[in-house]
Design a protein around this ligand. Sequence first.
Ligand code: NAI
Ligand code: MG
Length: 490
Amino acid sequence: MTATIPLLSSVEAFLAGPLSLRIGGHRLDGDGEFDVVDPSTGGHLCTVARAGEREVDLAVAAARRAFDGAWSALTADERSKLLWRLAELIDERAEVFGQLDALDNGKPFAVARDVDAAYSARHFRYFAGWPSKIEGATIPVSEPDRLNYTKIEPVGVCGLIAPWNYPLLMAAWKLAPALAAGNCVVLKPAEQTPLSALYLADLALEAGFPEGVLNVVPGFGTEAGAALAAHPGVDKVGFTGSTATGRRIVEASMGNLKKVSLELGGKAANIVFADADLEKAIPGAFWALFGNNGQSCTAGARLYVHSSIHDRVLEGLIGLAAKLSVGPGMAADGHDLGPVISERQMRTVTGYIDSGVSEGAECVAGGGRLGKEGFFVAPTVLTNVADDMRIAREEIFGPVLCVLSFDDEDDVLARANDTDYGLAAGLWTQDVTRARTMASRLKAGTIWINCWGETDAASPFGGMKQSGYGREMGKDAIALYSQTKSVWLA
Ligand code: NAI
Ligand code: MG
């Protein structure tokens, strides 16, 4: 038995429940309950209220009341103050959020606190500045004696559907711009990781948000998620998750033609050129994939290494993999990586490793499940990977790095772009001209040069091709949650 970080008393009290729906400032029962599993043990963690169609109806109605009432009555400055206050509360309770995300997601507590919670607070702080800066324009129309101006208005009620890989942070990416733009929201966290979203709803009330502005409906994708995506009272859906589910959401949106924005899967190419600074490129490429245990839509999953440095880079990667410690998110001694999210995900990931090996890849580190308890997968490096193998084409979403080799710049560019996805790509080189050319020619929404994984609340983020549409963060995110009205005055 390894020692575990003791639960904060506030976390104990929160988990004692009831872990009920947060609707209109109230705690409501669901249509039954569901079990949340501890991915570090595979055992039962807690029981949470399960929203179905009826509960989603109630939440949408509560959001509509707040939108037609208290929330829209506030001034821009008042909304700013609330968003800033919520950011401060997230910082103050970073340990609480760290424990909650570590418990149901399994990621290391220190990471959940110092990355997920800290960046969520920053996100709210950045968007806290926006309500007073959402400006329309006066347009020099050619009609005589007419004044034409635009007003930038909120969309209305937004359904936000979040994934489990960064439970608090992915919710924050959507909530902060949606609220800053003046919308009211119904958030459905992933069924694997509902805890930090429920806690955040309580914190929003503590910060002083009017009841009904931020509602949380935990539940399953096919129930609460599908109900939200199809709901005639929802004006917009913001979604992060798989490309398959993204397609279902677009279909469900057709009834009332609600606006949709989608952050979907990825299969990012990461290219190490012969002139790269390998001191930086090797750990950079390593963490591009193994960060968050490979459970990132931006994971640097296809590592293309120039043949002249291939063996040196591979040796470096194997060395780093051997040094990683993997263990429970709440382990007192701290680990680099936790378990993957679920038994299903563990089987998917180990299934991909087996499929790669059977198609001819060579496993040079890791290779399968770690231990018998919990959903741990050994950090795995596969080499001799060919572009047409399943492991090189499909999103694995786990700790599996595929290493490929190349000789020619044009050739590697074509191979990097030969994917249905287009979320992120990156390269390592000291040649500025090559860096700029590649950044132009790679078809992805984010390009990292000599770095990986950086995001900022001020910088747009989103996908090309089947990685989705819309850009979160920065002023693009305000546009995503707003609509423009043109006013003519005679
Ligand atoms: P998913 O896309 O099915 O789940 C994400 C969210 O969508 C969850 O809140 C879920 O409850 C909800 N959802 C599921 N079906 C829905 C529906 N019909 N209508 C509305 N909402 C629905 O992803 P899942 O099944 O958890 O993971 C499968 C794969 O998806 C992963 O292996 C990974 O490849 C990818 N994925 C990508 C993420 C990203 O950050 N882009 C995040 C999570 C998963
Ligand atoms: Mg799914």
